[in-house]
Design a protein around this ligand. Structure first.
Ligand code: SAH
Ligand code: SF4
Length: 334
C-alpha cells in the first residue's frame, strides 16, 4: 500500500474492517492460533518511559523464574496442547546468553518440535546466532515507533537504527521475525501511524504485534492521556491488508483497555492469541501497564474464557504450530 491508500482506509474504517476481515478469513478460515506466553523475568536494564517494569521503577518486586519453574509451566502447557511458547523478559544485555540457552534447552527436552519464540530485546549478532543454534525458532521485538526522535525520547536515549539493525540480524540468521508498535504514544500523529505501517510493509515482518499504549503508574508518562482502541483496530486491519501472510496477535493490551479488545482485534484482522501462562502470584509483577487482564487466573481458565469469546465471534482456537505463512513462503524462496 502507498501512503494515499493507507490514508483512504484510515478515513473509511468500515471499508477497512471489511477488507481486512475478508482477507483474514480467506487465509485462516475461522481459526485462531494459540501461543503460551511465559514472562520469565521482569529484570530490565532499560528505562523506556512507557514501561511499568523499567529499570528506574523501584516500586515493583523483581523476579526471575528458575529453570525448574519454567520447565514445570512449559510441561503443563504442553500437556494442555500448547505447542508454541513465547518467552518474554526485560532487555538484559548484562545477562550471559548461556542463561537463556539453558532455558531453551529445557523446553526442547519436552518435545523437539515445540516452537520457541523469544522476546528479550536487543542482543549482539553472535548472541542471536547462539540462540538460533540452541533452537529458538522465532524472535519478537517491536520497533515501537517509526519516528526516530520519538523513539530516542521514549526509550531514554536509545536509537531506532540499532533496533532495526538487530531485526536485520535476526532475519539474516533465519528466525521467524515478529515486530510491531504501540498506538497512541505521546507525540504521535496520523503520519506516525502511516509510517509505522509502511515500515512493517518494507520489512515484511512474519508477525506484527500491535497494542494501545496504556500509561503506567510510576513511570514518567503516568499522566499521559489514554487513546481509544480505534487506533489499534485500524492499525491491525491496515497490517492485515499490507501483509496478508503475517500473523497478527489480538493483544493483551487491547483487552486491558476494553473488555472485548481481543475479540475486536480478531474481527479487524488479527489471527493469534497469546494466553499468559506465567504462574499466578508471579505475573502480577510483570505489569508493563496497569489493569492487565488474566492476572488472577490460571491459564487453563483464561484459555477456556478465550475459547468461548472466540466462539461468540464465530471463531475457534487452533493449537497447531501456526508457523507464519509469510515465513514459510520466505523460506521456500530463499
Ligand atoms: N523487553 C522486551 C520485551 C518486553 S516489553 C522489549 O522491550 O522488547 C514488550 C512490549 O510491551 C514492548 O515491546 C512494548 O511495545 C509493550 N509495552 C511496554 N509498556 C507498555 C505500555 N505502557 N502500554 C502498552 N504496551 C507496552
Ligand atoms: Fe525493558 Fe522492554 Fe520495558 Fe523497555 S519495554 S523497559 S526494554 S521491558
Amino acid at each position: 500500500m502507498d501512503r494515499d491508500e493507507i490514508k483512504y482506509y484510515i478515513n473509511k474504517p468500515e471499508t477497512l474492517k471489511e477488507r481486512a476481515s475478508k482477507i483474514c478469513s480467506e487465509l485462516y478460515g475461522n481459526r485462531i492460533f494459540v501461543r503460551g506466553l511465559i514472562e520469565f523475568s521482569n529484570l530490565c536494564d532499560e528505562n523506556c518511559l512507557y514501561c511499568g517494569i523499567r529499570k528506574g521503577n523501584r516500586k515493583i518486586k523483581r523476579y526471575k523464574l528458575s529453570l525448574k519453574e519454567i520447565e514445570e509451566i512449559a510441561k503443563r502447557a504442553y500437556e494442555f496442547g500448547i505447542k508454541t511458547l513465547v518467552l518474554q523478559s526485560g532487555e538484559r544485555g548484562s545477562e550471559p546468553i548461556q542463561k537463556i540457552v539453558e532455558l531453551v534447552e529445557k523446553i526442547r527436552e519436552i518435545d523437539q518440535n515445540i516452537r520457541v519464540t523469544l522476546s528479550a530485546g536487543i542482543r549482539s549478532y553472535s548472541d542471536y546466532k547462539i540462540l538460533k543454534d540452541a533452537g529458538v525458532n522465532r524472535y519478537l521485538m517491536r520497533f515501537e515507533t517509526s519516528d526516530e526522535d520519538n523513539y530516542k525520547f521514549l526509550r531514554d536515549g536509545l536509537f531506532l537504527k540499532d533496533r532495526l539493525l538487530a531485526i536485520d540480524n535476526l532475519r539474516e540468521l533465519g528466525f521467524e521475525v515478529g515486530s510491531g508498535f504501540m498506538t497512541g504514544l505521546p507525540n504521535e500523529t496520523e503520519e506516525t501511524l502511516i509510517n509505522n505501517i509502511l515500515l512493517c510493509q518494507k520489512y515484511g515482518f512474519d508477525m506484527v504485534g500491535i497494542g494501545p499504549f496504556i500509561p503506567s503508574p510510576d513511570t514518567p508518562l503516568a499522566d499521559f492521556e489514554q487513546s481509544g482502541i480505534e487506533l489499534t483496530l485500524k492499525a491491525a486491519a491496515l497490517i492485515r491488508i499490507a501483509l496478508p501472510l503475517s500473523n497478527i496477535p489480538a493483544t493483551t493490551a487491547a483487552a486491558s483497555l476494553v473488555p472485548n479488545g481481543r475479540e475486536l482485534m480478531l474481527t479487524w484482522g488479527a489471527n493469534v492469541i497469546m494466553p499468559n501462562i506465567t504462574p499466578k502470584g508471579i505475573k502480577e509483577n510483570y505489569l508493563l501497564y496497569p489493569n492487565k487482564v488474566c492476572i488472577n487466573e490460571d491459564f487453563e481458565e483464561s484459555i477456556k474464557d478465550m475459547s468461548s469469546r472466540a466462539e461468540s465471534i464465530g471463531k475457534v482456537l487452533d493449537f497447531s504450530y501456526g508457523d507464519s505463512k509469510s515465513f514459510i513462503s520466505r523460506m521456500a524462496t530463499s
